[in-house]
Design a protein around this ligand. Structure first.
Ligand code: PSU
Ligand code: MN
Length: 302
């Protein structure tokens, strides 16, 4: 199955111009309307402002698409949870049934890889959930990182996760985790987690060189670029941790599990922080888009 490219994305890829893939789960499931649409459009603009073409990825009527129209982004934002959250597991279902799907980091990476888009910006990647020893809940984002050749710019991993176990799993899977101008693995809402990153880089050129080396070595899979939230928007770990604990307890009480858990926790945290966590999420995803565009420019050799 081929990925359907928007004319702009197709032109950029065939001219070897920089392109940045963006996901759609964050639009339909990660934020409420209208902040989700405003953010998606602002993120696309941030990519353009830094010299690359944005390619928001989703499944539309069963077709894999890279480069959504404004109307499609608006519709995904309005329909929100009415649109299926699609990870790699779900791709055959939505494609086979001709349905719409909002793609997670995993499914977006897969489609970006198929389309030949080497750089992808998200908010915060999925990972190993807390108590995964009992629940077995490990995001398919990690599995896909062993398969698709894409650099993923992420504000560390979401603080709702078990960050030490997420780093262990990435180490086992041979996925480089590069701190972008930081020696610490960022914790989504916070710049620091107390966990060291195994390596760091200071410039987009350095990241681009690491990407080329990985793939020239014949190593397949992702390069994780761990880019901390801007200081002005961060919520210190000591402040957000009790909020996360309450949200996790509430999820437990309601028996929420599987693919519903991440959207549930994010929206509980937005309510409990009276929108401050939403502002943090918006700031970090815009910042990731900027850094991803700079990396895409460096990787394209411009
Ligand atoms: N980053 C955000 N908001 C989000 C997500 C990432 O700032 O909503 C989404 C991504 O699509 C990611 C998903 O792949 O959360 C993780 O879901 P799960 O834990 O079910 O794999
Ligand atoms: Mn899960």
């Amino acid at each position: 199955m081929k990925v359907i490219l928007s004319p702009e994305v197709a032109a950029a890829l065939s001219a070897h111009q920089p392109v940045v893939a963006l996901e759609s789960t964050i639009i339909a499931h990660g934020m409420a309307y209208p902040a989700n649409v405003e953010t998606a459009l602002a993120v696309e603009q941030a990519v353009r402002d830094h010299g690359a073409v944005p390619a928001t990825i989703a499944v539309i009527g069963g077709k894999l698409k890279a480069g959504l129209s404004r109307d499609e982004i608006e519709r995904f934002g309005q329909e929100g949870r009415g649109i299926m959250k699609v990870s790699v597991r779900d791709l055959p279902f939505v494609a086979g049934r001709g349905l719409d799907g909002a793609t997670t980091v995993a499914a977006t990476m897969r489609i970006a890889g198929m389309a030949g888009i080497p750089v992808f910006a998200t908010g915060g990647m999925g990972g190993v959930h807390r108590r995964a020893g009992e629940t077995f809940d490990v995001s398919a984002d990690l599995t896909e990182m062993t398969r698709s050749n894409v650099a993923v710019v992420t504000a560390g991993a979401k603080a709702i996760l078990d960050l030490p176990l997420t780093l262990e799993r990435l180490e086992t899977d041979g996925v480089p985790v590069i701190g972008y101008r930081t020696g610490e693995f960022p914790a989504f809402y916070s710049r620091s987690s107390g966990l060291k990153v195994p390596m760091r880089a200071e410039t987009p050129d350095e990241i681009a060189a690491i990407m080329r080396s990985k793939w020239n070595l014949g190593l397949s899979g992702a390069v994780v670029v761990a880019n901390p939230i801007p200081e002005a928007a961060e919520i210190p770990a000591a402040e957000i941790e009790p909020v996360i604990a309450v949200a996790l307890a509430e999820a437990d009480r309601l028996g929420i599990r599987g693919k519903d858990i991440t959207p549930f926790l994010l929206s509980e945290i937005v309510q409990a922080t009276e929108g401050r966590s939403l502002q943090a999420n918006i700031a970090l995803v815009k910042h990731n888009a900027k850094v991803a565009a700079e990396i895409a420019v460096a990787f394209a050799g411009n």
